[in-house]
Design a protein around this ligand. Structure first.
Ligand code: NAD
Length: 322
């Protein structure tokens, strides 16, 4: 699992840095005095997510497809590999690209870390646990994934990425780590990315029916983005290889999430039940004891507070685009 050390990060590369999580990571690294090279092909992210950072001298944004050759001049202390379509709507529309960036993109990002002697962190996912038969999910659980189901392109792409990261660590000596990220929410999620929280908030604010998959009894454990970013950077600065789960263990039914969003937006939108997606996991909750033990990390932002901040951001977006 590696030793407990504090690594100095002067210059970091964030792949997928113009996406939801990547943009928050770029922002946090800059605020901590690091130089940041953000690589993105804007497939599911947008330069608008980092527009507020472009005036900062330590920030460099480069359009680049990770599945092509990747070259970053100069020293690099850390590679955070976040480039990948992440929401079901995206990876179901982009199945081959999702597999390519999970395989070839991860290979290139690991090659960059090896070349620079940099620390590497792979953004893996709770989806490696599939529709889990163990609950909550500890890192020692190997998962229940359908490789040929529609979600297989994402789940298996990430499982392959974990295998590749481990191979580079063990056989090539790359200082590589894996974090398994559970559902995260917050400002800069795309309103139409198909994930439950932005969809429900957008529908509630617009006064449209809130579309609930199935009876809504399936559960999700949702982490506010600031907590997640703190966990990822703690992992980046540590010497641990993981995999380490990062997420909020508070488990809510999707129905509860929808009701809380209706209350937080003051909306009277009705609930409308739609079909559950194929292989949609029934339950999801991280066992975060390892992150607590190794990194002293636990989520701090309660759901009510995170929801309030997220609703405020979406309401502002709707006002400015009206
Ligand atoms: P996102 O879609 O907002 O960000 C992904 C970014 O990667 C986008 O900016 C996209 O343009 C970029 N990208 C995609 N293919 C690329 C390529 N070939 N070359 C360069 N850039 C490319 O998604 P997100 O929610 O910010 O997720 C970021 C990462 O975190 C993903 O790897 C995802 O699998 C992982 N993750 C996210 C969550 C979550 O709840 N958001 C949960 C688990 C894992």
């Amino acid at each position: 699992m590696g030793e407990s050390v504090m690594r100095e990060i002067r210059r970091a590369v964030v792949t997928g840095g113009a996406g939801f999580l990547g943009s928050h990571l770029c922002e946090a690294l800059l605020a901590q005095g690091c130089e940041v090279v953000c690589l993105d092909n804007f497939l599911t992210g947008t330069p608008a997510n980092v527009a507020h950072l472009t005036h900062q001298p330590g920030f460099h944004l480069h359009r680049c497809d990770l599945t092509d050759f990747v070259h970053v001049p100069g020293e690099v202390d850390l590679v955070l590999h976040f480039a990948s379509p992440a929401s079901p709507i995206d990876y179901l529309q982009l199945p081959i690209h999702t597999l390519k960036v999970g395989a070839i993109g991860t290979w290139h990002a690991l090659g960059l870390a090896k070349d620079k002697g940099a620390r590497f962190v792979l953004a893996s996912t709770s989806e490696v646990y599939g529709d889990p038969l163990v609950h909550p999910q500890p890192e020692t659980y190997w998962g229940n994934v359908n490789p040929i189901g529609p979600r297989g392109v994402y789940d298996e792409g990430k499982r392959y990425g974990e295998a590749l990261t481990t191979a580079y660590r063990v056989s090539e000596g790359v200082d590589a780590a894996i974090v398994r990220i559970f559902n995260t929410y917050g400002p800069r999620m795309r309103p139409h990315d198909g994930r439950a929280i932005p969809t429900f908030i957008n529908q509630a604010l617009a006064g449209e029916p809130v579309t609930m998959a199935g009876d809504g009894e399936q559960t999700r454990s949702i982490c506010y983005v600031d907590d997640l970013v703190r966990g990822i950077l703690a992992m980046a600065r540590s010497g641990h290889s993981g995999p380490v789960n990062l997420g909020n263990p508070t488990e809510l039914s999707v129905l509860q999430i929808a009701r809380d969003i209706l209350a937080a937006t003051g909306s009277s939108s009705p609930l409308e039940h739609v079909a559950r997606p194929v292989d949609d996991p029934q339950v999801r909750r991280p066992d975060t004891s390892l992150a607590e033990e190794l990194l002293g990390w636990e989520p701090r932002v309660p759901w009510a507070e995170g929801l309030e901040r997220t609703v405020a951001w979406f309401a502002e977006q709707q006002r400015s685009s009206a």
